[in-house]
Design a protein around this ligand. Structure first.
Ligand code: FE2
Ligand code: FE2
Length: 317
């Protein structure tokens, strides 16, 4: 990926950060800082972008016109969040047109969870309660800790909107669990979506590769800490609703612990965890992530074909 030249040294960057100043422009970055920032921005931008077709597919089964309106508002927010992150990358010298419209689907960097289709209104609202909560935890941490000024300022708006998305999920879950059929349907969605969100936070800290994310203050919390932050509100929500999740708070460890094999094999066709097969290695999880899941091609195609269509129209004019 071509990026602009970054003339500063790592020592310059660290000195600036230690003096309590933010990094504002490429010429205040070292190559390692720039590369690391582009990497984390790419994941953020791709995640926001892909959530739009994923939520749209499920939003079409909204129970009322009003509900469809809130789903559409969330999709619009997500496209706005994607725009912010790609726009920041463009300022860092990245060709974002190429990145969005010409990149192969398999090269997109969003969490695997979005590759598994959301097929109903219930799955959409559980995604709001779980996936948007994951986004909120990750971006809330970036907002607090990032040393890149333009991103920090932009995240004020993103943070507020993600809060709306996760509350939307919670409110609908509270409403739907009141009927026995609704509760069963939510339970079925949670059964496959909970662990996919636990997985979302990436490799455990002892296997993690990109240490510059913490050294340069791109984020404040480690993967395992963020996983805990997410579980500290997601698990109580499930408990409040009487929905089973394979995790509980352990007072002795003073943290949330999982009650099932993790990481585990996932059957994406049937949206089912193969927990009977026991714990698998993270190398197997990485292989599944790399191969991407069932919706990857379709979602990226949805985004890229609009531009191709427009270009054809212009060429014919
Ligand atoms: Fe978002
Ligand atoms: Fe969101």
């Amino acid at each position: 990926m071509a990026v602009a030249t970054a003339p500063a040294s790592d020592a310059d960057v660290l000195e600036r950060i230690r003096a309590g100043k933010l990094i504002e422009t490429v010429d205040q970055m070292s190559s390692a800082y720039l590369e690391g920032m582009v990497r984390i921005l790419t994941v953020s931008a791709d995640t926001e972008l892909i959530s739009a077709p994923a939520y749209y597919n499920a939003g079409k089964s909204a129970p009322t016109l009003n509900a469809f309106g809130s789903a559409t508002a969330i999709i619009q927010d997500e496209l706005g969040h994607a725009h912010i992150a790609y726009r920041l990358m463009r300022d860092l010298g990245i060709d974002t047109e190429q990145l969005i419209y010409e990149r192969a689907p398999g090269k997109f960097k969003y969490p695997y969870a979005f590759d598994v289709p959301l097929g109903s209104w219930v799955e959409l609202i559980v995604a709001n309660a779980f996936y948007d909560r994951a986004g909120f935890c990750l971006l809330g941490d970036v907002f607090k800790s990032t040393t890149f000024g333009p991103w920090k300022r932009a995240l004020v708006k993103v943070d507020k909107e993600e809060t709306f998305h996760l509350r939307h999920g919670e409110n609908w879950m509270r409403k739907i669990v009141q009927s026995a059929e609704g509760r069963d349907e939510i339970q079925r969605a949670v059964d496959w979506m909970f662990l996919l969100t636990v997985e979302w936070f990436g490799l455990p800290d002892d296997l993690k590769r990109h240490s510059e994310q913490l050294d340069f203050g791109f984020k404040g919390q480690s993967n395992d800490q963020l996983r805990q932050t997410w579980m500290s509100t997601a698990v109580p929500l499930a408990e409040e609703l009487g929905i089973r999740v394979p995790a509980h708070f352990d007072p002795q460890e003073n943290s949330y612990v999982l009650d099932c094999p993790f990481p585990a094999q996932f059957d994406s066709e049937n949206k089912r965890w193969l927990l009977d097969e026991g714990v698998i290695g993270w190398d197997q999880v990485l292989a599944r992530w790399r191969a991407r899941g069932p919706m990857n091609d379709q979602y990226v195609e949805t985004i890229q074909r609009g531009k191709r269509g427009l270009e054809q129209l212009i060429a014919q004019a």
